[in-house]
Design a protein around this ligand. Structure first.
Ligand SMILES: Cc1ncc(COP(=O)(O)O)c(C=O)c1O
Length: 323
């Protein structure tokens, strides 16, 4: 397991801010570790024979990682996606020889997760040999981050005061919360989710960026273990993605923008003298026709090129305070 790439980001807060670029894992995202952990656990438990057929619901990255690993290990894989999945992710999953099922009906909360899961339950009920890896409930998901992501941060940076993590399935978050609680309890683990997500609480709202947020609380999430959490708008996330690309030459995925926007919105939590690690789950190439497309951004968020060129340090704290 590599330590991934670490990049110091100047100009957002006074603290030393280091971005952990998980894009350098095989298959291009943090989900490589999750997929490996899930398949390793199932193999250890004797649940996977050669040619086994797997199914999973994914917004893209876990699907890509499972498709690649299934090709390598000799399994057949079906990925259930929805219209928010990046087209490039779907094409990548297909290229690894996996099958795609796309659900198009929204669930009761206006998202697609409920529909994707209902579709899998229906298929598994009809076909008992089909194995659902179930990243939302599988303890091997947080275990990947307890065993790897948490220790990688400490190995690469040493003394860390705060780690900022976005929540999708909450695998990264729960694994790191437990790792730091058990081994470095002084480290603050700060969770970030998108406004409109139901994971921490709150009310459902429209979301357009894959990665963070759910329309159904994942089983692996434990509210009692959560410390501090920030909900951030996708508008702010897009703004920070553009700032990172233009001012630092880093093209990151939308969930990286959410994590940076949460940091920019509360500069008082990140004063000089603190060392903060923020996790960047994937890169931006998959999002060139969404997050990095001027027409898409103007249509979904009402942001113009002029808005995107503003310094987020000047815009965000006031905006959040006013909301
Ligand atoms: C781009 C991106 N960011 C963040 C996450 C959230 O990670 P986790 O599922 O570990 O909460 C995901 C998960 O799919 C993702 O694909």
């Amino acid at each position: 397991m590599t330590h991934g790439q670490m990049r110091q980001i100047e100009g957002l807060v006074d603290a030393r801010l280091v971005l952990k670029l998980e894009w350098f894992n095989p298959a291009g995202s943090i989900k490589w570790k999750t997929a490996q952990s899930i398949l390793d656990a199932a193999e250890r438990e004797g649940r996977l024979h050669p040619g086994a057929r797997l199914i999973e619901s994914s917004s893209g990255n876990l699907g890509i990682a499972l498709a690649a690993l299934s090709a390598e290990r000799g399994y057949r894989f079906t990925c259930v996606v929805d219209p928010h999945a990046a087209r490039q992710s779907v094409a990548t999953i297909r290229a690894y020889g996996a099958e795609i099922h796309e659900v198009t009906e929204r669930d009761a909360h206006g998202g697609y997760l409920g529909t994707r899961i209902a579709h899998i339950r229906e298929l598994v009920a009809r076909d008992p040999d089909l194995i659902w890896t179930n990243q939302y409930a599988n303890p091997a998901n947080p275990a990947a981050h307890y065993d790897h992501t948490g220790p990688e941060i400490v190995a690469a940076i040493g003394d860390v005061d705060c780690v900022v993590i976005g929540a999708g399935t909450t695998g990264t978050l729960m694994g790191c919360l437990r790792y730091f609680r058990d081994h470095h309890p002084k480290v603050q683990v700060l969770a970030v989710d998108s406004l409109g997500s139901l994971t921490f609480s709150g009310s459902a709202g429209p979301r357009h960026i894959p990665g963070l947020g759910t329309s159904r609380r994942p089983e692996i999430f434990r509210a009692e273990e959560l410390g501090d959490a920030i909900l951030i708008s996708e508008t702010a996330a897009v703004h920070l993605c553009h700032w990172l690309a233009r001012c630092h030459g880093l093209l990151a995925g939308g969930s990286t923008g959410s994590v940076l926007a949460a940091i920019a919105a509360f500069p008082e939590i990140f004063p000089a003298g603190r060392t903060v690690v923020a996790i960047s789950p994937d890169s931006g190439e998959k999002y060139l026709d969404t997050v990095y497309n001027a027409a898409w951004v103007a249509d979904r968020f009402g942001l113009s090129a002029e808005d995107l060129a503003c310094d987020p340090r000047e815009v965000l704290p006031q905006k959040v305070a006013a909301e």
